[in-house]
Write a protein that binds this ligand. Structure first.
Ligand code: GUN
Length: 282
């Protein structure tokens, strides 16, 4: 029976650490969150971020814009926030409406204030060096692995999904810790053959029932990044949790696994950006 990786508990510990460190800074760190449109899931994420900021002694600046906001208006707001000394982190909730070019928006955020680490400059740092911040979800996964002493070096790590937000940076982080990494995607031929070799399996696809017990190696660490609505209307991940937990060594629940970690790492990214900026000013 697998050990359940309690992301909720670890996230709480991280929030407490961030709160203590933020309180000790000369100036409170600030996070600006921009939400364009009324997508209910995005609205919920943004509400949660505000709650997290309160708990972490981080000032939250919310900018809720209507769905028909022009790209120019959004770029103007980002330029203002780039120049606002009270703002250490800027996050534009994705997805943005289709008439707005996501790439152009992410490029406009000052790389030093890029709370998500989605700016091309930070992506380059991830590939070649040591960025100040990493994307929140994959870094949260690494923190979970570390907290439960799950070894990565020399292990076979299989990542399902190749998104810029999760799959690609996840692969880079596992590689940085000396894992042997395979990235699978919709074009992968025999998915089960790949997943069965995994000591660490990370699924970030968004497909209910994608990972069944016969696809998992005995004793593997199974990390479920997805947040889907199951047939019963409840949240579930990509992994058949009930069956896979009988076989895996470690497994994340959905909800309560990776999700809370993503939010906690965002708070830590803002703290890191703020520390870097406050040091620079001295
Ligand atoms: N939408 C879904 N996940 C994320 C995320 O990690 N960051 C941002 N900005 N938007 C998202």
């Amino acid at each position: 029976m697998a050990v359940i990786l309690d992301g909720k508990a670890l996230a709480k510990t991280i929030r407490q650490q961030v709160a203590a460190e933020a309180a000790a800074l000369p100036r409170r760190p600030g996070l600006a969150v921009i939400l364009v449109g009324e997508d209910p899931a995005s609205q919920l994420y943004v509400r949660n971020k505000e709650k997290d900021c309160q708990q972490c002694n981080i000032q939250s600046f919310e900018h809720k814009l209507p769905a028909d906001t022009t790209e120019e208006t959004l770029l103007t707001l980002i330029a203002q926030l780039n120049n606002d000394p009270a703002v250490d982190g800027i996050l534009v909730q994705l997805p943005v409406p289709p008439h707005i070019h996501e790439k152009r928006i992410l490029r406009a955020i000052c790389p030093d204030k890029d709370a998500d680490a989605f700016h091309p400059e930070n992506v380059g740092e991830m590939v070649t060096g040591n960025p100040v911040v990493w994307p929140c979800t994959p870094f949260g996964v690494m923190e979970l692995l570390r907290a439960y002493h799950i070894p990565v070096a020399g292990k076979h790590c299989v990542v399902l999904g190749r998104s810029n937000i999760v799959g690609k940076p996840m692969a880079l982080l596992l590689l940085r810790d000396n894992g042997t990494v395979t990235v699978c995607h919709s074009g992968t031929g025999d998915l089960a053959a790949e997943t069965r070799r995994a000591d660490i399996l990370v699924s970030a696809v968004g497909k209910v029932g994608l990972v069944s017990a016969d696809m998992v190696k005995e004793g593997a660490a199974v990390i479920d990044v997805a947040m889907n609505r199951g047939p019963d209307g409840n949240f579930c991940g990509d992994v058949d949790f009930a069956a896979v937990k009988q076989k895996a060594g470690w497994i994340t629940p959905v909800p309560g696994g990776v999700g809370p970690m993503t939010r906690a790492i965002l708070m830590r990214n803002v703290l890191a950006a703020s520390k870097a900026r406050q040091r620079l000013k001295k």
